[in-house]
Design a protein around this ligand. Structure first.
Ligand SMILES: Nc1nc2c(c(=O)[nH]1)N[C@@H](CNc1ccc(C(=O)N[C@@H](CCC(=O)N[C@@H](CCC(=O)N[C@@H](CCC(=O)O)C(=O)O)C(=O)O)C(=O)O)cc1)CN2
Ligand code: MET
Ligand SMILES: [Zn+2]
Length: 774
């Protein structure tokens, strides 16, 4: 029996890589320094895994920005628009790499980044490969080989981890018509084969191919492409031990294909899908030589493993196929887990009680090893003590009053149909709201956050360290809020926001004020590039004791006669972007959060806020990977939103906001949320996303984003007018709002001010142009 992991976090346990990257980008450290930081993190990670007893240690799980980008780069899949950078010897290869990641505006060069999108159902974003019809590939970079050699120097023979050819193709996009990206497989395979041969020349033993698309619905053509791939690899490299890694769901209807593949090991996500173990062990199709890597330790969550439950699965597998064919592993790469629980030494931030229930990446390494020892009956004196401790912790957790709050449970049970329904349908509410708010045609607004400058973040950091008193911190935030209100008034925006300066993050901030949530000091997880989030931990029944945002929203409202929009994060997004308890269904936990948000919505209304936005950017990414599971999810998720939004009078206008909004398959569910106004990201797609709203005859009001906030570029007024004119073709004018794509927190003030002034100008122009239509 052996142990392995699929990948380790690369940001560094104190975000060393993030800090170094941002310094490199701002020109304050050299490329050498950045690369040295990177190397140190890699080596630490490898040595740690060795020390913790991991037998098969991965390499090529490190990257500076994104794993899929690394592969595009390695395979020479570099779109034409970067040619000027690629062919200019003044640029280092990392400059080209970062240009693909972040875009580049320098001298005469002005290129956009690759598109960024969510990695399956995680909060990690990858950069989307772009393919042309005559796309060619070549071995353009030696990173995989270099990292393998680097570990060899430390005496570690690693298992290189590579996204498989088919999953690489599927993760990308065709940039022209007339071909399917999977058709490029024949051209791609020889390049993979060259890399594999180079590794074999260095005596590689194991190779891990990640094939996460096996957890999704695949066409026959896609399934066949997977078969072709491994058949070719098996023919060419007969001695190579290929570990095929699938994660985030079952193999499902792809199981037969998976079992038929000539690979050494199949990796199973037994956290998301424990039942598939029986299917596989009982299947006559399981080949006599195939090993199974049992992903029993949760790579997506922070809970301590339940050893008894895991050992049950492991013993079952041993009984069926024998120890020799078993590997113990986490369910997926540990990229999605924070680094090290040992850093959490402040019980005022993370209590001892909650801490004892948790395991981060480093602790998960130990869990994998302990499980092997227990299953293998090794080192029993120590491992049995660990088992007993583990059993006891899980036993006590079932009944502790820290977790269980009967009031909350009863409130959820007592919910009725009326609780998820506004008093009257939208058509009635719309009239009342028009009278109450008296807004112009094309009302202008923003999505909520204004620039979270270094200063704002440093005030919070100083306040946390006690350098700034609560009063001093409040005063600074009030000043920032006041100036922001003043700016919005001067700019002529119609519906104002307070700016969210008091928030570290749109999820963490709410978690901090709710019961049932815990926090960490260093529990960072990479979201994209250098950006990280610190997801709160939902460990118990959720309730709200005090209002969370009323102070800031009503302060902002007190400064202006224009309506200020209260600003909340919705229940599905809070759930989706937290580490969620695994002892009850997500739908139950989500409903509890919905009730807390509902109370806040009602309090905001009482405080005089006439408009309240409940952000739900994560609704779409929460969709299960397989379509057959969508309906069940959408049922409870949409209902949770409605519960949070339905406690107010008809006159109160509820907004919601979503980014990354491809709603084609779920437009009726989006409509079913029944928000009075929805603001969405639209500018990069040139309003094409509105197509589906038009086809559906979406009844409520819509604010399609008229400019991209992910870029520092200031859009021109004419561009926005063109987009609004386009939107008018899809949506009746009286339903339209004007706003940016998303919040402005990652932007600087200078560009923010300019862009918003142009936006208001564009709206004014369109009012003149279209007033006859209204
Ligand atoms: N949870 C979540 N998920 C999301 C999003 C989101 O907004 N939140 N948006 C999308 C992803 N977009 C994102 C956009 C920006 C950031 C982002 O800016 N993250 C910040 C961290 C934000 C944060 O929580 N900051 C804290 C902690 C600040 C901090 O790091 N302080 C320093 C000290 C700073 C100083 O002294 O000046 C430290 O502790 O070391 C705060 O403001 O209080 C970063 O990586 O830099 C993350 C995701 C999708 N998923
Ligand atoms: C990721 S969606 C962000 C919504 C939030 N209100 C903001 O403006 O930042
Ligand atoms: Zn957004």
């Amino acid at each position: 029996m052996k142990t392995t992991i699929l990948g380790y976090p690369r940001i560094g346990s104190k975000r060393e890589l993030k800090k170094s990257l941002e310094k490199y980008w701002s020109g304050t450290v050299s490329l050498d320094t950045l690369l040295q930081t990177a190397k140190t993190i890699r080596q630490k990670n490898w040595l740690l895994q060795k020390e913790k007893g991991i037998d098969i240690i991965p390499s090529n799980d490190f990257y500076l920005y994104d794993q899929v980008l690394d592969l595009s780069f390695t395979l020479g899949c570099i779109p034409e628009r970067y040619a000027a950078i690629k062919n200019n010897s003044n640029f280092a290869k990392q400059d080209l790499y970062f240009a693909m990641a972040r875009g580049l505006q320098k001298d005469t060069i002005d290129v956009t980044a690759l598109e960024m999108t969510k990695w399956f159902d995680t909060n990690y974003h990858y950069l989307v490969p772009e393919f042309t019809k005559d796309q060619s590939f070549l071995v353009a970079d030696s990173k995989i080989i270099e990292e393998y050699k680097e570990a060899l120097e430390l005496g570690i023979k690693t298992k290189p981890v590579i996204l498989s050819p088919v999953s690489f193709l599927l993760s990308g996009k065709e940039k022209e018509e007339g071909f399917h990206r999977v058709d490029l497989l024949e051209k791609l395979l020889p390049v993979y084969e060259t890399i594999i041969q180079q590794l074999i020349d260095l005596e590689v033993e194991y190779l891990q191919f990640d094939e996460p698309f096996l957890a999704t619905n695949l066409s026959n053509k896609e399934q066949e492409a997977i078969q072709t791939t491994y058949q070719r690899f098996a023919n060419k490299f007969p001695g190579l031990k290929i570990i095929l890694a699938n994660y985030f769901d079952c193999y499902g209807e792809n199981l037969e294909v998976a079992l038929s593949l000539p690979v050494h090991t199949l990796q199973l996500d037994l956290v998301r899908c424990p039942l598939q173990l029986d299917d596989i062990l009982n299947s006559k199709k399981l080949q006599a030589h195939t090993h199974l890597s049992l992903g029993v330790v949760d790579g997506r969550n922070i809970w301590k493993n339940n050893f008894d439950a895991s050992l049950n699965l492991i013993q079952k597998a041993i009984g069926a196929i024998g120890k020799e064919r078993i590997i113990i592993s986490p369910s997926c790469s540990l990229l999605h887990s924070p680094c090290d629980l040992d850093l959490e030494t402040n019980p005022k931030i993370l209590s001892k009680e909650v801490k004892q229930w948790l395991a981060f990446s480093k602790q998960k390494l130990e869990e994998v090893t302990t499980l092997k020892q227990l299953a293998n009956q090794e080192n029993l004196e120590i491992s049995l003590v660990k088992l007993h401790e583990n059993t006891k912790i899980h036993e006590l957790k079932k009944t502790t009053p820290l977790i269980h709050n009967s009031k909350v449970k009863e409130r959820v049970k007592a919910l009725t149909k009326e609780d998820s329904q506004r008093a009257n349908p939208f058509s009635v509410r719309q009239k009342l709201q028009k009278t109450a708010l008296n807004l112009p045609l094309f009302p202008t607004t923003t999505i909520g956050s204004f620039p979270q400058t270094k200063e704002v973040r440093s005030w919070r950091a100083k306040h946390k360290k006690g350098i700034l008193s609560a009063k001093e911190y409040q005063d600074l935030l009030e000043k920032e809020t006041k100036e922001t209100i003043q700016f919005q008034e001067e700019a002529g925006l119609d519906v104002l926001v307070h700016g969210e300066f008091e928030r570290n993050d749109m999820v963490e901030y709410f978690g901090e004020q709710l019961q049932g949530f815990a926090f960490t000091q260093f529990g960072w997880v990479q979201s994209y590039g250098s950006r990280c989030v610190k997801p709160p931990i939902i460990y118990g029944d959720v309730s709200r004791e005090n209002s969370m945002t009323v102070k800031w929203s009503s302060y902002a409202q007190s400064l202006t006669n224009k309506p200020v929009k209260g600003m909340l994060t919705g229940p599905v997004t809070i759930l989706q972007w937290s580490f969620v308890r695994n002892d009850q269904s997500h739908s139950k936990t989500c409903t509890q959060i919905a009730l807390a948000i509902r109370d806040e919505v009602v309090d905001l209304e009482k405080a005089g806020l006439q408009i309240i936005q409940i952000d739900e950017p994560a609704i779409r990414e929460g969709l299960p990977l397989r379509k057959e599971d969508w309906k069940a999810y959408l049922n409870w998720a949409i209902k949770a939103f409605r519960i949070s939004a339905s406690g107010v009078a008809d006159e109160t206008q509820i907004h919601t906001h979503m980014c990354y909004s491809e709603f084609n398959d779920i437009i009726s569910d989006i409509a079913n949320m029944d928000a009075d106004v929805i603001t969405i990201e639209c500018s990069r797609s040139q309003m094409e996303l509105l197509d589906v709203f038009a086809a559906f005859k979406y009844p409520n009001e819509i604010g399609p984003g008229v400019y991209d906030i992910h870029s520092p570029r200031v859009p021109e007024r004419e561009e926005m007018i063109t987009l609004i004119e386009k939107a008018v073709k899809y949506i009746p004018v009286e339903q339209l709002w004007i706003n940016p794509d998303c919040g402005l927190k990652t932007r600087h003030w200078e560009e923010t001010k300019k862009a918003l002034l142009e936006m208001v100008g564009a709206a004014q122009k369109c009012r003149e142009e279209f007033s006859v239509l209204a």
